[in-house]
Design a protein around this ligand. Structure first.
Ligand code: PMP
Length: 386
């Protein structure tokens, strides 16, 4: 484990005069706090001794049923017995890695991939090998070649970690045909798939593409309430084949005894009594406005030679800067110009991404996003003049 140089700069990036396009915090200001408070108060008064007690290592039965209803929206048909609750999907990732990976094992990941997952894999001394992709996500031929190369070198591949919906950081969504192709290659080569889908219900344009898990029950699926409700509860889940789920519960019990009971009941209550689907629609409308503002500002202000992705959901745009620019070196000059972003190298385990930056549109309001992109474009232009 190592301290991220970027994190040190984030302390500075939180200053109010800086527009932060760096963080991935969901904007939860519009949640109906009064309703949530009275429902949670009622829950404590009627059920306090249970909701504040230790609970099941697998997670509470009622929320596991409700999670199956949530996953049904992504085309997944699952049994509550196959669901394990985790402290955010981040802990799900940790436990999956813990049960599968020994030092020196290989985890395959997209190019680029989620910085928090890379950190977890590395913390178990697994090696992260990125598979090349295109605008539709993982390239099935590159996947085949990468597996062949690693196996010829005697390496043990434990799984492919993938974020097919609105990838963090690239914003790319894998179309259905590509998902089927990637699953086909993995099945043929005996590679386990770990599908991470915290943004799945936050589609901003078309209807969401069904999850990979919807057609392949061997896929290990990670879900979360962090982006569709609120991250502070720290409730996510893992849906896994029975034998894997059993091992995950043992790992969960050794890590925490049980996932947070109070949070599970609070979320259960929210799902029971609030219009959670209406709230997700409201989030989608809000994020759509912000996404549109960012894409327009990029088109209006970025210098020639810059390109970026056009996400159809989630929180992130992935920018490729003109030749010769090093985003990491540029970051302090961005902070001086009062804009923060995440340099692309953070999303690779192998030093790629020097010319990339992740810009997020989830947290600042549209007016601030436009100012942030204008500042970002100025910083890039100044780099080109140097
Ligand atoms: N996976 C991805 C792709 C993410 O972007 C995040 C949060 N940024 C997580 C997992 C972890 O989310 P949480 O633990 O809050 O569920």
């Amino acid at each position: 484990m190592k301290v991220s140089a970027v994190r040190a700069l984030f302390a500075v990036a939180n200053r109010p005069e800086i527009v932060s396009l760096a963080g991935g915090m969901p904007n939860i200001h519009d949640l109906p706090l009064g309703d949530i408070a009275s429902n949670v108060a009622e829950m404590i008064l009627t059920n306090g001794a249970k909701v504040m007690q230790y609970g099941s290592g697998q997670g509470e039965p009622r929320i596991r049923e409700q999670i199956c209803d949530v996953m049904a929206l992504e085309g997944i048909s699952a049994h509550p017995d196959d669901v394990m609750i985790s402290a955010g999907s981040q802990q799900g990732l940790d436990l999956v890695t813990r049960i599968f990976c020994d030092p020196g094992d290989v985890v395959l990941a997209e190019s680029p991939s989620y910085v928090g997952a890379i950190g977890t894999f590395l913390s178990y001394q697994a090696e992260v090998v990125h598979v090349a992709g295109d605008d539709c996500g993982i390239d099935p031929d590159a996947l085949r070649e990468t597996v062949a190369r690693l196996e010829a070198a005697g390496r043990r591949i434990k799984f492919l970690y993938t974020i097919p919906n609105y990838n963090n950081p690239s914003g790319i969504t894998q179309p259905w045909e590509r998902r089927v192709e990637v699953l086909g290659v993995c099945r043929e080569l005996g590679i386990l798939v770990v599908e991470d889908n915290p943004y799945g219900l936050l589609s901003l344009d078309a209807d969401p593409v069904p999850a990979m898990r919807s057609v392949d029950s061997d896929v290990i699926y990670l879900g979360s309430f962090s982006k569709t409700f609120a991250p502070g509860f720290r409730v996510g889940w893992v849906l896994a084949p029975h034998a894997v789920r059993e091992k995950l519960v043992l790992a969960q019990e050794s890590a925490t005894l049980c996932p947070p009971v109070f949070s599970q009941f609070a979320i259960s209550t929210y799902l029971e009594h609030s219009d959670w689907q209406g709230q997700i629609d409201a989030f989608r409308t809000m994020y759509r406005t912000r996404r549109d503002a960012m894409l327009k500002a990029l088109a209006d202000h970025m210098p020639p030679g810059t390109s970026w992705t056009h996400p159809i959901g989630g929180f992130f745009v992935w920018v490729t800067l003109p030749e010769g620019i090093d985003a990491q070196a540029m970051l302090p000059r961005g902070v001086d110009a009062r804009v923060a972003f995440v340099p692309g190298a953070a999303f690779f385990a192998d030093g790629q991404g020097a010319r990339n930056a992740r810009l997020s549109y989830c947290f600042p309001p549209a007016e601030r996003i436009i100012i942030g992109v204008e500042r970002f474009a100025d910083v890039v232009r100044n780099e080109l003049d140097v």
